[in-house]
Design a protein around this ligand. Sequence first.
Ligand SMILES: NC(=O)C1=CN([C@@H]2O[C@H](COP(=O)(O)OP(=O)(O)OC[C@H]3O[C@@H](n4cnc5c(N)ncnc54)[C@H](O)[C@@H]3O)[C@@H](O)[C@H]2O)C=CC1
Ligand SMILES: O=C1[C@@H](O)[C@H](O)[C@@H](O)[C@H](O)[C@H]1O
Length: 337
Amino acid sequence: MSDLLGVAVLGAGHMGADHVRRIDRAVSGARVAAVADPDSARAEAAAAGIDGVSLHTDALAALAAPGVDAVLIASPGPAHEEALLAAFARGLPVLCEKPLTPDSAGALRVVEAEAGAGRRLVQVGFMRRYDAEYVRLKALLDSGRLGRPLMLHCTHRNVSSPAGFTSAMMINSSVSHEIDAGRWLLDQEITAVSVLRPRPSAGAPEGLLDPQLVLFETSGGAVVDVEIFVNCGFGYQVRCEAVCEAGSARIGEGRTMVVETDGSAREEVPQDYLVRFADAYDREIQAWVDATRGGLVAGPSAWDGYAASAVAEAGVRAQETGGRVAVELGRRPSLYG
Ligand SMILES: NC(=O)C1=CN([C@@H]2O[C@H](COP(=O)(O)OP(=O)(O)OC[C@H]3O[C@@H](n4cnc5c(N)ncnc54)[C@H](O)[C@@H]3O)[C@@H](O)[C@H]2O)C=CC1
Ligand SMILES: O=C1[C@@H](O)[C@H](O)[C@@H](O)[C@H](O)[C@H]1O
């Protein structure tokens, strides 16, 4: 390895292009060594102006490119398993955007492959664990000052959903963040899921069950509710209130600029995750680069990714059947504590 960690970025869409920019300009200790996307124009656009980067239409070829020490997977979820297993075969550390894989069977294969290698290689891109407000809430809950947590009330709103976004993706792509954040904040597993579906919003594309209310039960007897509304039309909002035995704590109401004029006050609402979580993504990638250069892998593990996929799968069944679905997790390898 040269002084800088050489990263191959697989997928140069919204997230991949943003991560290329981040590694090139915001993060220290790393350089973009390769960019891969079947759409060569996207790879070219993302890598424009970066010296010494190789471009690929085949993601697996990028893993073998000169100067590649680590991999950042930002391709669509269904492509993750193949890329992860290929990276493992080369012993390359990986930052894999969520979901680890969209299905729990694939995620379990990834867990088993990593456990078979005998060392952690993957950090999953659950960036909320690096968001300053979530970090403060986690520290408060861990301190015990508010007593035991009883409920988390969560809100997750997107302005609009991309073309092809399905009701199932509202759970396995969007709510996957609350699944991970809930498990992490409470330090408990999710044991069952129920989904309520109000009348769809007139602003939602035909056939999309938007919004939904997703309820999780946990191994420690807590309950987590999540309003997921991916075509709310007005802004990107992610909120969480922890209700505990001796108090409650709320995050996600961070104040932005307030403009007062003509007899009214207006406050700006972020329009997407790239703005709301910009600092969290920076800290996430910096932490990954620092750990990787030190020969470590930290942060959300493949087991966390597997658990999120298994819970999401139960959630999609609950959404389809209208019933309460129990979550069955496989055996947890000793690698994950
Ligand atoms: N952490 C977060 O907040 C977010 C995470 N994501 C995750 O990031 C990943 C990418 O999502 P977006 O950038 O929004 O999607 P996108 O559709 O904007 O970009 C995906 C790119 O991957 C390319 N691609 C397709 N198959 C590929 C393959 N086998 N190898 C390499 N590239 C391939 C596509 O041509 C496209 O350019 C997904 O896993 C998604 O869940 C997305 C949005 C936010
Ligand atoms: O991960 C993300 C997207 O894939 C998902 O589609 C959005 O709903 C989330 O807000 C965003 O953070």
